[in-house]
Design a protein around this ligand. Structure first.
Ligand code: NI
Length: 139
């Protein structure tokens, strides 16, 4: 049976990170830090369970990068061609003189999509990557 009693544990983090976290807690309307942490942990666990399973998921990978970064455009293209089966669409936005935003819409087994996301976000020059997927209901 699930243990639903509340347990306490201590969390340490840098002051600047905590200030930002408190700001997030306030913005999202959480009652307190504990409620926000619980929500984040649930999200992480759901994401983790999809990765392990053969669950079909769909969603997006957002990549922010500087297109002047050496070899980055070639690498991005190569990874996407290698894993083209999982990519439904790619849209590129030029944000300013140097900054680009790439939106990649993906669908496939969670473990494959996770691997694709890891490959893309770990490329040198990708400043920020955001990976969001949800399960596709099977009929
Ligand atoms: Ni661009």
């Amino acid at each position: 049976m699930e243990d639903s009693t509340l347990k306490r544990f201590g969390v340490s983090m840098e002051g600047h990170l905590l200030r930002k976290f408190d700001h997030l807690v306030q913005q999202k309307g959480y009652e307190n830090r504990s409620e926000a942490v619980r929500d984040l942990v649930r999200d992480a666990l759901i994401q983790q369970s999809w990765e392990e399973e053969e669950q079909i998921v769909a969603g997006s990978i957002l990549l922010f990068y500087n297109h002047h970064q050496r070899n980055l455009l070639d690498e991005l293209t190569k990874v996407q061609h290698d894993m083209h089966d999982f990519i439904l669409a790619t849209t590129h936005f030029h944000l300013d003189h140097a900054s680009c935003l790439e939106l990649i819409v993906v669908k496939g087994k969670a473990k494959d999509i996770q691997q694709l996301s890891n490959k893309l976000t770990s490329l040198k020059g990708v400043g920020y990557g955001k990976f969001t997927v949800a399960p596709v209901e099977q009929v």
